[in-house]
Design a protein around this ligand. Structure first.
Ligand code: NAD
Length: 428
């Protein structure tokens, strides 16, 4: 492969371009955002990702990466454009279509096109293929077409691009094999070849599996509160079974994958995917469930401190964060103050923020919160009450600091007290 073109130079496209360039393949980067192209052509990057800046700087200087908003002829085209979700919970494929149209203009016999974006099942065949065939060439005969979904974790993208296993779906086996040949330039993980719909569903079902599993845990949390016991203990002990892996409950599911991808599956077969849809709705109901609990804990008008607002711990990403949904639900009736060391606007002194508050909610379990002095925190509050939505704090530590402790998914009506449970589980 002499020259490839990467369309969409964001979190996925740019690191992928960097990997090809640093392994000797000349990359023509394409992005509709001219400012993005300008930054990269100057040897810079517009996104935060470890090691990416160094690689781009070096490869641009060596002339291995050049960017433009116009597609140029190449041997292979990788499409990594956004596929956001609409208000109606369907995939917005307009970026995939426009990227496909621009490739079609320069496509020639023998080229390879790989769609990396996360898409609903059959999108490669039913949406991208006809757009590419506007070139007058036939997929699988005149050019190769494959879908190779990306599953890297932000923060570890450079490592994972090289080491993760990949599923490659071709419109025919020759297309899948061509795509494997392309990725083998830098991929050291296994590459599994299949059809496009299988590859699309693999990516979507990985996230759907986790979302459904979390919904199960959230349902259990509600059941345990009603039955007077502790869902975290039920899950911990059930998971001692060698074939059980129930996920953790919480105040909701966020991020740009788990909260979105299952809808792409539902969209493809809405009348026969009730479990997936119900799970999405169950997880989306959790902020309201937590807000209802809060009504029972503190009077209207109280000041509430929320610890953590990102969609998962130890990151600075707010996309689809259920804690931000919770804050919005609370804002009408309470004075809500957020403390989050990962978000500039909320990176405030926790003791000052909590002064005169009547409730502390642990929303996201950032490791940094372990440094909070609970005794000091309890003293600045008007009423020391803590609602832990993640089973993060030790009940005995919190109670020793003078707090009333509440845990999402647990109520204390069994013969064994919560304190006794905690001691028993640390004795294990
Ligand atoms: N970010 C992740 O962690 C991640 C992980 C796995 C899969 N994905 C999937 O990968 C795809 C890309 O995600 P991302 O996070 O890199 O998005 P991004 O928003 O960071 O980058 C996409 C880029 O595409 C550009 N673009 C839009 N339309 C274009 C067009 N027609 N031609 C050329 N460029 C165009 C945008 O300007 C933007 O720079 C999505 O489908 C996403 O779901 C993302």
């Amino acid at each position: 492969m002499q020259q490839i073109s990467v369309l969409g130079l964001g979190y996925i496209g740019l690191p992928t371009a960097a990997m090809f360039a640093s392994h000797g393949v000349k990359v023509f980067g394409v992005d509709v955002n001219e400012e993005t192209c300008r930054i990269i052509n100057n040897g810079g990057v517009h996104i935060e990702e470890p090691y990416l800046g160094e690689i781009i700087k070096e490869q641009v200087a060596r002339g291995m990466i050049i960017c433009s908003s116009e597609v140029q002829p190449a041997d292979a085209f990788l499409i990594a454009v956004p596929t956001p979700i609409t208000k109606e919970k369907t995939a917005d494929l307009s970026y995939v279509i426009s990227a496909g149209k621009s490739v079609a203009k320069v496509l020639k016999r023998g080229d390879l096109v790989v769609l990396e974006s996360t898409v609903p099942p059959r999108c490669t065949l039913d949406v991208l293929l006809p757009v590419l065939e506007e070139s007058g060439l036939k997929a699988g005969e005149d050019f190769h077409l494959a879908h190779c979904p990306e599953r890297v974790l932000p923060g570890q993208i450079i490592y994972e691009l090289k080491h993760n296993n990949r599923v490659i779906g071709g419109v025919n086996m020759e297309s899948a094999e061509k795509a494997r040949e392309l990725y083998s330039v830098f991929v050291e993980g296994e590459m599994y070849l299949t059809d496009t719909v299988t590859a699309e569903l693999c990516k979507l079902m990985e996230n759907t599996y986790r979302d459904v599993n979390i919904a199960l845990a959230n349902e259990l949390a509600k059941i345990c509160e009603r039955l007077g016991t502790n869902a975290w203990d039920v899950i911990k002990y059930a998971n001692k079974h060698p074939r059980v892996n129930i996920h953790q409950p919480g105040p909701g599911v966020g991020g740009h994958c788990l909260a979105i991808d299952p809808w792409f599956v539902v969209e493809s077969a809405p009348d026969i995917s009730p479990i997936i849809e119900l799970s999405r709705n169950t997880n989306d109901s959790m902020p309201q469930y937590v807000a209802d609990k809060i009504k029972d804990l503190v009077p209207h008008g109280s000041k509430i401190v929320v610890l953590g607002c990102t969609y998962k711990p130890d990151i600075d990403d707010l996309r689809e964060s259920p804690i931000m949904d919770l804050v919005e639900l609370l804002n009408d009736n309470y004075e809500v103050v957020i403390v989050d060391p990962f978000i500039n606007d909320y990176d405030v002194n926790v003791y000052e923020a909590a002064t005169n508050a009547e409730l502390v909610i642990l929303g996201v379990h950032h490791k940094k919160f372990a440094a909070i002095d609970l005794v000091k925190l309890g003293k600045v509050l008007k009423t020391p009450v803590l609602l832990d939505t993640r089973n993060y704090f030790s009940r005995s530590d919190v109670e020793r600091a003078g707090f009333e402790y509440h845990l999402l998914g647990a109520s204390d009506e069994s013969g064994i007290t919560a304190a006794e449970r905690e001691v028993a589980s640390t004795d294990e």
